[in-house]
Design a protein around this ligand. Structure first.
Ligand code: C2O
Ligand code: CU
Length: 579
């Protein structure tokens, strides 16, 4: 069982236990003896089963087992300890066990709430809040059922609850605690003086486009989704003029995975101001890295990219030989956009499929009908990639895989999540059961270029209530805080920096650092054994721990965020800055 499925199982069992205790309490209050006993038995079993899942999580190296042991386990023990004996003693009137069963329900529910709502890091205030909630709810239920707790107990419960509310919810933390990231003022207008080799103009505007046979409203560059494919040869100077016709939320161009100088990075409020309707902005940079990249707006990026403000950027080392096509996968208005249909390819022709995931969730790609190699990931060539047959690849949000093969005499087809998106003829193969390539073990290894790290950071990805603004929100958090309150990571130029990224939540977070590719060192304590993997987008699945490193060689202020853009907008964005 993976850590992710263990976590899911633990959550389901915890919900079941809480619901069964509460249901048992309600049933016994209503004097429905058999139902009450049945539910109590289920609750007891579920509570005991959590001992198994929590132990398994601890053994699987899940980082946060300690907090389960400190909060969930004692509350569950208390639940069993209080409700169990009471049940045994309630031989005559089952109603006598009601308060005990309800207490057990409150205890298990509050442990669950702490896990789901409070997030990381667990604090003494949160624990206190959980306990006082349980006490208060039990006192209230007891009164309602005609049991009379002593005054002292009731008053004590009120005092503890108030104290816990104040400390546990962070209401005592004043605003302005987090260091600020600079916002809209005087961005340097730096550019390259030389004449550009490639000039493009991208005009953003609302448009109606055809998605899978239906007309849908979109936001588009030059009235097409995806926008025009930008191509260059290594060494070219690229000049792209961005105009905004009528996108009210503003637009920018971010060169995803392309490590441009900071002032060309296209992050509104950080490297430039958003381009408003009627305005323009000129981007200029030298294309010095070959590979598959893409561009997208970074202004209101979740809705902007989803609505269609993106396109492909391909930088080739030289003239195209053979077939070289990009396959940017995107879902527009809930429908997959069509990919290029390639008809006849002469047998033996070298083919390169540049797969790009422009959605916010992982896609599964399966190339059927031929052996292939993964030549590059995230624009960087792999070392010694070996041929693969009947193997699927998972591409994270924002990620790119280049697949290469020589066209066989028989047709080939590319499936994305089981749907055929590219084919040279009819192929009927069931790809659903294929194993998935683990890039950490693919290709030929090479030593890590650094033996020590000047700076290290730990990022715990999580969910939690964010009360900094007047409206509380259920934010996606990093180290317990949400944008704009996450302290920036400060590095010095030349530092070798290591990130440990831990996912405490129940969902995948595709991590993306701007301006740098990171070298994968290890996942879940296992060192990477394949080709050096220089990534700009990688999935950190629930429970996983990734160690990655990079050299701080591109000064500026860089976004560092989850590329599930809804998560990024809901708090999961921080910044890397140079001192
Ligand atoms: Cu493609 Cu900041 O993102
Ligand atoms: Cu995320």
């Amino acid at each position: 069982m993976t850590t992710g499925s263990l976590l899911a199982a633990d959550l389901v069992i915890a919900v079941l236990a809480a619901a069964a205790w509460l249901g048992g309490g309600a049933a016994s209050a209503a004097r429905r003896r058999p139902l009450a006993l049945g539910l109590a038995a289920v609750a007891l079993l579920a509570t005991l089963a959590r001992a198994v899942t929590i132990t398994a999580l601890a053994r699987a190296g899940w980082w946060f087992a300690a907090e389960k042991v400190l909060i969930a386990a004692p509350l569950s023990l208390a639940a069993v300890g209080v409700a169990g004996p009471r049940l045994l003693r309630a031989r005559g009137d089952i109603r006598a066990a009601a308060v005990a069963l309800l207490f057990a329900g409150y205890a298990t529910s509050s442990a669950l709430l702490v896990t789901v709502l409070h997030g990381y890091p667990a604090s003494a205030g949160a624990g206190l809040l959980a306990i006082s909630g349980v006490v208060a709810a039990t006192v209230v239920s007891g009164r309602a059922l005609g049991a009379h707790p002593s005054r002292l107990v009731s008053r004590g419960a009120v005092v503890v609850t108030v104290a816990a509310l104040v400390t546990g919810t962070g209401l005592t933390v004043g605003p302005g605690a987090a260091p600020a990231v600079p916002h809209d003022h005087g961005y340097p207008a730096v550019g390259i003086a030389d004449e550009p080799d490639r000039r493009y103009t991208l005009t953003a505007g609302t448009a109606t486009v055809n998605a899978d046979g239906r007309n849908v409203a979109a936001w588009a560059f030059n009235a097409q989704v995806p926008g025009p494919e930008l191509t260059a040869t290594v060494g070219d100077i690229l000049e792209v003029t961005l105009r905004n016709r009528d996108i009210g939320r503003g637009v920018t161009l971010h060169w995803h995975g392309y490590d441009v100088p900071n002032d060309q990075d296209g992050v509104p409020g950080v490297t430039q101001a958003a381009v408003r309707p009627g305005q323009e902005f000129v981007y200029r940079f030298r294309a010095d890295q070959a590979g598959t990249y893409w561009y997208h707006t970074h202004s209101a990026s979740d809705v902007g990219v989803r609505m269609g403000l993106y396109g492909v950027l391909v930088v080739r080392p030289g003239p195209v030989s053979g077939v070289d096509v990009t396959v940017p996968v995107h879902t527009l208005a809930g429908r997959p956009l069509p990919a290029p249909r390639v008809e006849q390819v002469e047998t033996g022709t070298p083919v390169r499929l540049r797969l790009i995931n422009t959605d916010s969730t992982t896609h599964r790609y399966a190339l059927a009908g031929t052996a292939f190699r993964v030549a590059a990931i995230d624009g960087v060539d792999l070392r010694g990639p070996t041929p693969l047959v009947d193997t699927a690849v998972l591409i994270p949000a924002g990620g790119r895989y280049d697949l290469v093969f020589d066209a066989p005499a028989t047709p080939v087809a590319l499936f994305v999540d089981g749907r055929s998106v590219y084919s040279t003829g009819p192929v009927s193969t069931a790809t659903g059961g294929w194993p998935v390539l683990d890039p950490l073990g693919y290709g030929t290894t090479a030593p890590v270029p650094w033996s020590r790290f000047d700076t290290t950071f730990t990022l715990v990805l999580d969910r939690g209530l964010d009360l900094r603004r007047l409206l509380p929100r259920y934010a996606h958090t990093v180290n317990g805080a949400a944008d704009p309150d996450i302290p920036p990571q400060v590095v010095r130029r030349g530092d070798v920096v290591r990130f440990t990224i831990v996912n405490r939540s129940q969902v995948v977070h595709p991590w993306h650092l701007h301006g740098h590719h990171v070298l994968v060192l290890a996942r879940d304590g296992e060192p990477a054994t394949g080709s050096p993997l220089w990534l700009d987008s990688f999935d950190v699945r629930p429970g996983e721990v990734w160690k990655v490193a990079f050299r701080a060689d591109n000064p500026g202020m860089w976004a560092n965020h989850c590329h599930n853009l809804a998560h990024a907008d809901a708090g999961m964005t921080l910044h890397l800055m140079y001192s």
